[in-house]
Design a protein around this ligand. Structure first.
Ligand code: FE
Ligand code: CA
Length: 518
């Protein structure tokens, strides 16, 4: 923030602090006074475990400034969790220091709560009180949970539409929301914009902070965070289009990509209800994790961006994904999507999973999508089609471990795809190992035209359903005998006031990996 701007804000009284003499030497301002609401970005909860969850907020009285209009001092933020919405029956409370280094974000890992219960929470800084959010703990590990309901979503370009889909998720009586990437977009693209980033491409920490704060000010998104506990992973646009590990699609020097990653990961952490262990250290952040829902389900939340090898067979001078007729490099055995460490970790948690349903929550379409009719094959290389060997290894691993009911969920495509995952997608008799639900976008524009669909579906027999016209989210209900998925679609995105309907519904029966349309 420029000095002038800061003086201007002081003059406006956007925040007012006690004189410096009253502050302690540790630069902590224990009694901040705000003359405008510091909780402009709302509250959020995340990563439920049986004994608690993460709660988050950030102090930002002037949210369109990178520092939120806050001075650099540390500010104590009081938090409380109650077993009732009116906050009369306290269950836990404490104080967390919001620091300038982390742009006055607050992440509390609340513990000591009862499993499988709703709780309510809020924050206080000085005299300012946040809204009340609702969160839910996970069931205890050995409990026989009757039912789990969640929605999964991805790809919410702010300029391309309003987030009205969340209004319908709020009415859906869910246990949680799973977000699979492209929470923000680093850049603008396409026409027909309903609102603006008011900024160019994000490159610096300050840019990414402003972008996250802009998205977080969307009222429907805030309401969905306040209503449900979220599990999140990121895809490329939280950093930059099509980045792969330390490679950028612009082929910028590696040090620049790592610096960009460090900035983007830091801003992401500062704006999401992530665990402390997920806090980035420079350009590295360990966000893949596994969460249990009693004996019923287990979420394996993957990171397919940070550790992957570059997309194969790139055009000269170009990084990133590419549409191409098959090339030898595509099937390289040294390619990786998860990185060796995450791959080993995943095999370990799958082997130890005692849950009936294993939900693999990741970013992109897993099923092969051959884009050419006839014997020629062509593929888009930024999703798993650019990494067929890592895909085969993962499916082989699921088969060898006899993982119970593996179901992939993903996004990125801005289209609906429902598929069977065969060990070898090119041989008709190859066993089906898992099913794959690719969800459409909240708002981001589809990348394909409808007239192509019939041909693609007849070329790719393992794909049971496709749609490239709608936006929305997938609503999933799991019980011991089946998983049901409703592909929800909104009627428009040029207003937040939308109606929502079910385009198609699928069930996956316990013990059979094939999705059946109902
Ligand atoms: Fe996207
Ligand atoms: Ca073909």
């Amino acid at each position: 923030m420029s000095v002038k701007r800061r003086e201007f804000l002081h003059a406006l009284g956007a925040f007012a602090l006690l004189p410096a003499s009253a502050r302690s030497r540790s630069q902590t301002n224990a009694r901040p006074r705000f003359s405008s609401d510091p909780f402009t970005l709302g509250v959020a909860s995340g990563y439920p475990v049986p004994s608690g969850f993460v709660i988050w907020t950030r102090l930002a009285p002037v949210p369109d400034e990178a520092d939120g209009g806050m001075p650099p001092e540390d500010v104590p933020v009081h938090w409380e969790v109650a077993s009732d919405e009116a906050m009369r029956n306290p269950a836990a409370s404490g104080v967390e220091l919001a620091t300038g280094e982390w742009v006055h974000s607050v992440h509390v890992e609340v513990e000591g709560l009862k499993p499988d219960h709703f709780y309510w929470y809020r924050f206080r800084a000085g005299d300012a009180l946040s809204r009340v959010g609702r969160a839910r703990t996970a069931p205890s590990p050995d409990s026989e949970v009757g039912r789990l309901r969640f929605a999964f979503a991805s790809c919410q370009h702010y300029e391309q539409g309003y987030f009205g889909a969340y209004r319908h998720m709020i009415r859906d009586d869910l246990d949680l929301i799973v977000f699979l990437g492209d929470y923000i977009y680093d850049t603008s693209y396409g026409g027909r914009r309903v609102r603006s980033h008011n900024a160019g491409k994000a490159n610096t920490l300050s840019d990414y902070r402003k972008r996250h704060a802009l998205y977080k000010r969307d009222a429907d998104l805030q309401a969905a965070h306040a209503a449900y506990t979220w599990i999140l992973t990121w895809d490329d646009h939280e950093v930059e289009n099509d980045y792969a590990g330390d490679h950028s699609y612009t082929r910028e020097p590696r040090e620049l990509t790592l610096a960009r990653r460090a900035a983007a990961y830091k801003a992401y952490y500062e704006h999401q209800p992530l665990r402390r262990s997920m806090r980035p250290v420079g350009p590295d952040a360990l966000i893949y994790t596994s969460l249990e829902y009693g004996r019923l389900a287990r979420f394996h939340v993957l990171d397919t961006r940070q550790y992957r090898t570059p997309q194969p067979c790139q055009r000269w001078g170009h990084g990133g994904g590419n549409y191409l007729v098959d090339c030898a490099e595509r099937t390289s055995p040294t390619a990786t999507m998860l990185g060796a460490e995450q791959e080993r970790w995943l095999a370990g948690v799958l082997a130890s999973s005692r849950s009936r349903w294993n939900v693999l929550a990741q970013q992109t379409m897993v099923a092969q999508l051959d884009l050419s009719t006839g014997p020629t094959q062509s593929f888009w290389t930024d999703d798993w089609d650019g990494y067929p060997e890592p895909r085969r290894r993962l499916l082989e691993c699921l088969r060898e471990l006899r993982a119970s009911n593996p179901v992939f969920i993903g996004g990125d495509a801005h289209m609906y795809w429902v598929s069977e995952l065969q060990l070898d997608p090119d041989s008709a008799g190859s066993p089906v190992v898992a099913c794959d639900f690719t969800g459409t976008s909240i708002t981001s524009r589809p990348l394909m035209q409808s007239w192509l669909l019939p041909e693609l579906l007849s070329e790719n027999r393992h794909i049971k359903f496709g749609d490239c016209e709608h936006h929305g989210y997938v609503r999933v209900e799991i019980d011991s005998s089946r998983l049901s998925a409703d592909l929800r679609v909104t009627d428009r995105i040029d207003t937040p006031n939308v109606t929502c309907s079910t385009l198609a519904s699928f069930v996956v029966e316990d013990g059979t990996p094939c999705p059946i349309r109902i």
